[in-house]
Structures are given as structure tokens and as C-alpha cells.
Design a protein around this ligand. Structure first.
Ligand code: ADP
Ligand code: MG
Length: 718
């Protein structure tokens, strides 16, 4: 229900100006403002209305049409509380042209008082043709009189505990105080010669309080010149901050890892033959497979970066199963060849441990000490790891978030590798980079992801990132066949599982993860686990869920990895990245509830060996006759393509860039106003302007970034 307009005006003061020294205890709305990120005056000024209400005009009832949102003014001629069909307050208003009934299901004595017979009131609401004539249900109202506003009334997005009226006053205050002086150099104040830009001040004034003659459609579709100014501003801030981050990094120093030539007596390259050959060469030699052409290419790209004394900032993207781990290992040994330490961080313990096992199998034979670091480790083991990292005895550290904790001191870290980078926050990446003990230097950073970024997004959000792409799978893989199957045909699926087990293969069965109700999931998974155990006598069926301890999870995963367990039922999206090549069938229950890239990640758990693999997406429409449109689009995409890049493109299409990026990079400011596709010309304008501004108008550039990104600009460097 819209709050009645006749509330006492909010008495709480507008948010304190920055200069106020002594902080009074914060009121609830103030806290809510902060939670919404509306801290500074400029943040408030940039909090633009969701929509507007027109309180500038009073409409005669005879002119109002059904369904119109109108403001009327008239006299109350009748007021009563009725009890049929339920208790409600019914009031009749007469504006001289017609009458209308106002109905309130929720009301207070104060409402009745204001709306007593004889009173003149101003009422706003949607007019409808009711049972017994026209009516408004729960309109807002106040006593008549007072001037009509000259501008539309803004309606802002808000949260619980932050009344609209309070927020309006806060925004108005912020708008008055914020520094809105021009930051765009005069020659650039236009996109084309015929399209000069409004000033930011005028644009914001207008967007918060547009004059009633504006065509509302131009505000809704953001085509109004005031919106154009905001889009231009925002894109410019984004381009400026990314370019600045790039330049800051270019000015930073990292150890140049020019490989074995740097190593002591071998510097002349004379002893590169025989047993003296580099770790890199030895590892290549020992691998049970040949690198694909794509792997070779990205290894070369990484090697070039590592040779520079500028910190690498590279994203390695490659579809699930494309073989990113070995590329990481080769980068690591390059680092060690030059005599430096390397750290590899993964988002979960299971994944980190899997890397650890694989890496020790590859590296220990070369005499490389690798240590393990996680939160769940025993104190003694952990102390030993820390000591070896500090002394430099350990050349490689593999672990979870534990790797970036304060206590971890490296002797000489030169390369940090982050797997599944989108699962890490920006702050964590910054922390990893601050781990260089050498003053003033930064480690090289290699981030890996199986969720590729479509080009338009890469250009805009990751302008500051170099990207290497593994665009082919290792040879000998048979493509995974994906089938969408109605849940009613579960029995056939179980039959299929039997077939796979009979061939000595293993099977994943994933149950959905609904964040709000872990316990329901658990019940669901437990049922499935029981049902499968019963249906498959003599087969070890395991259960993995998020409530298990790390040790329990490890034990279950161990059985599956070692091939002793035939079927693994899991509630958690099987830890992204697990690698059990013998698994050949992936069943996803309630596949309609999963996101597209999630489904693709899951499917990527099979098809890792030479055996023909399949993915069965079980769906259920519940009570609905058919699946929702988005869910259908996702399942269709899964059947139609196995290509992670195509999947990412479709995902972007289905979800839009906000959500697409939101999930992958918490902390990076997303575009609020501009749209990359729609505003491609403003993006081009901003890309052109940003370097010139940094070169020639550094002060303006700085102010512009600060205005839009505030403290978040630091984050963009991560
Ligand atoms: P992802 O890119 O998803 O992290 P992994 O690094 O886990 O993929 O590799 C998937 C599997 O492919 C692993 O078992 C790995 O040993 C194997 N592999 C990697 N590169 C090659 C290659 N060039 N030829 C054959 N198998 C490879
Ligand atoms: Mg991986």
C-alpha cells in the first residue's frame, strides 16, 4: 500500500555532511542508506528515480478514464466502516464533476479523521470502475490546499527501513551539496557536432525533478538528453579507471623471469643440455601427452609476459577440460627456473587438493618442493608449511584462501595463479598480490576461468586484462551427448546408469542447490541417494553435500576418484573443476533450476577421457503445464552446443550483462545506466577520450573517477 501522503514529514536530518566530526548514533534510515551504498552526497545525487508520479495536475473525475493514475481534489460526502465482504473504510468523494469511492482495508483512526465528512482532500491513486461505481483502493491522500509541485515526483528504489519520503529528502540534499562541476574538457562535450551534452548538474536536476511536459517515454527508454549525459559520464569513468589501472600497473615492477639463462653458472646457456636442462623442459618431457597447439600458444603468451619486469595481468580462459592445469604448471616451473616462488590458489579445498596431487605427481620427481596450505590443516603441519614458504624451501604453495592470510610470508613470490577466478572476490586477489616481500614489486598474476567472457564485455569491463584463450580440446575426446528428459522417466535413466556401471564407468548425479533452503535439498538428495542405492544393489553409491565436514567430503571424493564408488550423488555443484576421467555419465536432477554456465560446468565433469560420455538433464515442471521460457532456452542451448564460448554468448543473451558479470566478479562496479550494445557510440567516445584526458587533463580525470567510483577505483586494479 502506498503510504498515505498525510504522514508527518520526516524529521530525521539529511545524512550528515562529510565535515561533521562527531558521529551521532545512526538512525535506522541512515543505516539503510549506507547499506544501499548511498554514503556520499554524490552517491545520493546519482541515485536516480525508478519512475515518477505526476502530482502537478488535478484531474476532474469526469475526465479520468479507468486505469488512469490520477490526482483529484474534492469534498468527502460520506464515510463509513463496513464489514462485508470484510472490514473496510469506505469514503465517498465529490469533486463537483463526479463522485468516487475510496476504499481502505487497512486503516487507522487518524485516516478516518482526515477523511471525515465535509473535509476537502487531495487524493492520488488508480481509478477503476468498481461494482457500484468508480473507486480507488488505498489511494494516498492529504488535506487539500498547498501549492501543486512544478515537477514530477520521483520514486526511488529503496529498502526496508528507508521510507520513500526520507530518501527523497536525502537525495534532494545530496543533489544540492554534491560537487557537480564540469569534468569533461570543453571540446568533448558532444558526441556528434549536432549533439551537445547537457551539463551534469542540469541533467541530474532534470532526472530527479522533470518538468511535467516531458515525454515520459524518453525517460523510460533513457533516450532523453539528460540520460545521455549520465551514460556518457558513466562509460567515461569506467574507461578512465581501467586505463589508469593499466598505466599504474605498467609503472609497477615485477621480477623479470627470463628463464634458465638467469640461473647462476648456466647463464651462458652452455650447460643447457643433458641433465642440466631446465625444469620447464623436464616437465614437458615427462608429461604423458603432447600439448595441443592452443596450449603451446598460450604458454608462449604467458612466457613473454613473465619475461617482462611489468606485472603480468592475464586471464587464461578455456573451456572445461581444455587443459588449463598443465599450462599453470608450466608457468609455475618457468618461475622456479628463474629461482622464484609460485602460489596457486583454488576456491575450494577439494579442488585445491586435486591440483596439489596432480602437481606433486608432476613436480616432485623434478625435485621441486610443493607445500599445502588450507584452513582445515593441523596446526603443526601448517607451521611447517609456513616455515618452508618463508625460508624459500618450498618453491610452490598450493591451497585455498589460506594462502592469502596475513601469517603467510613468502621468501620471494613472483607468480600467483588463481583457478576459477570468478569464485574469488576482488579483495582476495588484491591480498594475493600484496604478498611480495620485495619492496615495491608485485607478483605476476595468472587467472584461470572456464567461463569465457564475450568480446563486448571483455572490451569494456576487462579493458585492463590481457586474455589468453585455449580454443581446442585435447585430441581423442568424444563429444558429450546431452539429453533433456522428463523426470517422470527416471527409471530409464537408472537403466542407463546400470549400463555405464556394467562397462566399469562411473556416474555423477547432481541434485539442485536452492540457496534459501539447504535442508530441503538435503532431504531431496538423501531420498535420491537411498533410491539409487536400492535400485543398484552391490554398487557403492556415495553422498556428498555441503553440510559435511571437509574430512568427510574428502573421504567420499577419495573413494570416487579411486574408482571404488560407482555413483556419486551430490547436492553441491560438484566442486567445479574435479577431474575423474573414468566418469562417463552426468545426471542433473531439476536441471531447470540451474544457470546455463553452471550446467555447462557440470557437464564438463564427464567426457574427460576417451569413453563416449553423456549428460542427462532431468527436468520437472512441477505444477505448471510446461517449463518457463528462460529455463527452456537454457536446456535448449545445452542440447545444441558443447562449446563454452557459445554457451557464454547464449547465457549473456538470456541473462543480460548485469547478472552475467555480477556472478563472476563481486566488487567490480557494473554499469548502472549505460548499456554496452545500445550505447556503443558513447563507449567509443569514452574510449577515445580517456587516454587524452589522462594525458592532458589529469586533474579532471581524477575528479571524474572519484565522483563515479569513489573508493572502488582501487578495486579495479585487482
Ligand atoms: P580444465 O581446463 O578444465 O582445468 P584440466 O586441466 O583439468 O582441464 O584437464 C582436463 C584433463 O585433460 C586432465 O586429465 C588433463 O591431464 C588432460 N589433458 C590436458 N592437456 C592434455 C593434452 N594436451 N592431451 C591430452 N590430455 C590432456
Ligand atoms: Mg580446472
Amino acid at each position: 500500500m502506498p503510504p498515505p501522503a498525510k504522514q508527518a514529514p520526516p524529521t530525521a536530518p539529511a545524512p550528515a555532511a562529510k565535515t561533521q566530526a562527531v558521529a551521532a548514533p545512526k538512525s535506522q534510515p541512515q543505516k539503510a542508506l549506507e547499506k544501499m551504498g548511498l554514503r556520499r552526497d554524490i552517491d545520493l545525487a546519482l541515485h536516480l528515480p525508478l519512475r515518477y508520479e505526476d502530482e502537478t495536475r488535478i484531474v476532474m473525475l469526469k475526465d479520468a478514464r479507468d486505469g488512469d493514475m490520477v490526482q483529484i481534489e474534492g469534498q468527502i460526502t460520506h464515510s463509513e466502516v463496513t464489514f462485508r465482504p470484510r472490514r473496510q473504510l469506505r469514503v465517498t468523494i465529490d469533486d463537483g464533476s463526479d463522485t468516487c469511492v475510496l476504499r481502505f482495508i487497512n486503516f487507522y483512526p487518524s485516516h478516518q479523521k482526515t477523511l471525515s465528512v465535509g473535509a476537502r482532500v487531495r487524493v492520488r491513486g488508480e481509478i477503476r470502475g468498481g461494482f457500484v461505481g468508480r473507486e480507488m483502493v488505498h489511494p494516498s491522500f492529504k488535506l487539500a490546499g498547498g501549492e501543486l509541485p512544478g515537477a514530477l515526483t520521483p520514486v526511488y528504489s529503496t529498502v526496508a527501513g528507508l521510507p520513500q519520503a526520507y530518501l527523497r529528502r536525502a537525495v534532494l540534499g545530496g543533489l544540492g551539496r554534491a560537487d557537480l562541476s564540469e569534468t569533461i574538457p570543453a571540446p568533448f562535450l558532444r558526441k556528434t557536432p549536432s549533439q551537445p551534452l547537457l551539463s551534469l548538474r542540469d541533467a541530474l536536476q532534470f532526472l530527479h525533478h522533470p518538468t511535467p511536459d516531458v515525454a515520459l517515454s524518453t525517460l523510460e527508454d533513457h533516450s532523453h538528453p539528460a540520460w545521455q549525459r549520465l551514460k556518457a559520464e558513466e562509460l567515461l569513468a569506467q574507461q578512465l579507471s581501467q586505463l589508469q589501472a593499466r598505466r599504474v600497473r605498467a609503472a609497477m615492477r615485477a621480477p623479470a623471469l627470463s628463464g634458465p639463462a638467469m640461473r647462476g653458472p648456466a647463464a651462458d646457456g652452455a650447460s643447457l643440455q643433458g641433465p642440466q636442462c631446465t625444469l620447464y623442459e623436464q616437465l614437458l618431457e615427462r608429461l604423458p601427452f603432447r600439448l595441443t597447439a592452443a596450449q603451446q600458444r598460450v604458454c608462449a603468451e604467458i612466457a613473454l609476459d613473465l619475461q617482462k619486469n611489468i606485472p603480468m595481468h592475464r586471464l587464461l580462459q578455456g573451456d572445461v577440460g581444455s587443459g588449463k592445469t598443465v599450462v599453470a604448471a608450466l608457468a609455475a616451473v618457468r618461475c622456479m627456473d628463474a629461482g622464484w616462488q609460485c602460489a596457486l590458489m583454488a576456491p575450494t579445498e577439494i579442488l585445491a587438493e586435486q591440483h596439489f596431487r596432480k602437481l606433486i605427481a608432476w613436480l616432485e620427481p623434478l625435485g621441486i618442493r610443493t607445500v599445502w596450505l588450507t584452513g582445515s590443516q593441523k596446526a603443526k603441519e601448517r607451521r611447517e608449511s609456513l616455515a618452508m614458504i618463508a625460508s624459500g624451501e618450498a618453491a610452490l604453495v598450493v591451497g585455498t584462501h589460506a594462502v592469502i592470510q596475513d601469517k603467510v610470508v613468502f621468501k620471494n613470490l613472483a607468480l600467483a595463479i588463481i583457478d576459477e577466478q570468478h569464485r574469488f572476490g576482488v579483495a582476495q586477489r588484491l591480498a594475493l598480490r600484496s604478498k611480495m616481500s620485495e619492496g615495491g614489486e608485485e607478483p605476476h598474476l595468472l587467472m584461470m576461468t572456464a567461463t569465457p567472457i564475450p568480446r563486448t564485455l571483455a572490451m569494456s569491463y576487462y579493458a585492463d586484462l590481457d586474455v589468453s584463450t585455449i580454443d581446442e580440446l585435447p585430441p581423442g575426446r568424444t563429444p558429450i551427448v546431452t539429453k533433456v528428459v522428463n523426470d517422470a522417466r527416471r527409471d530409464e535413466v537408472i537403466e542407463r546408469i546400470r549400463g555405464q556401471l556394467a562397462e566399469g564407468r562411473q556416474v555423477y548425479w547432481v541434485c539442485p542447490l536452492i540457496e534459501e533452503s539447504e535442508s530441503v535439498d538435503l532431504v531431496n538428495a538423501t531420498h535420491t541417494h537411498e533410491a539409487l542405492s536400492n535400485a543398484l544393489p552391490g554398487v557403492l553409491v556415495g553422498l556428498l553435500h555441503s553440510r559435511m565436514s571437509v574430512a568427510e567430503k574428502k573421504a567420499v571424493m577419495g573413494l570416487f576418484t579411486d574408482g571404488l564408488m560407482g555413483v556419486l550423488v551430490s547436492t553441491t555443484v560438484i566442486e567445479v573443476g574435479v577431474d575423474v576421467p573414468n566418469a562417463s555419465l552426468m545426471v542433473v536432477e531439476h536441471a531447470e533450476r540451474f544457470g546455463l554456465s553452471q550446467l555447462h560446468q557440470l557437464r564438463g565433469r564427464v567426457g574427460r577421457g576417451a569413453a563416449a560420455s553423456a549428460c542427462v538433464l532431468l527436468y520437472s515442471t512441477g505444477d505448471a503445464p510446461r517449463l518457463g521460457e528462460m529455463a527452456r532456452a537454457r536446456l535448449k542451448a545445452m542440447v545444441e552446443t558443447n562449446d563454452g564460448f557459445e554457451i557464454a554468448r547464449r547465457d549473456l543473451e538470456i541473462r543480460g550483462p548485469g547478472e552475467f558479470l555480477g556472478a563472476r566478479q563481486s566488487g567490480a562496479p557494473l554499469l548502472r545506466f549505460a548499456d554496452l550494445e545500445e550505447d556503443a557510440d558513447w563507449l567509443a567516445w569514452a574510449r577515445d577520450l580517456a587516454p587524452r584526458m589522462l594525458d592532458r587533463h589529469a586533474e579532471l580525470a581524477h575528479r571524474h573517477i572519484l565522483r563515479w567510483l569513489g573508493g572502488k577505483a582501487e578495486f579495479l586494479k585487482a
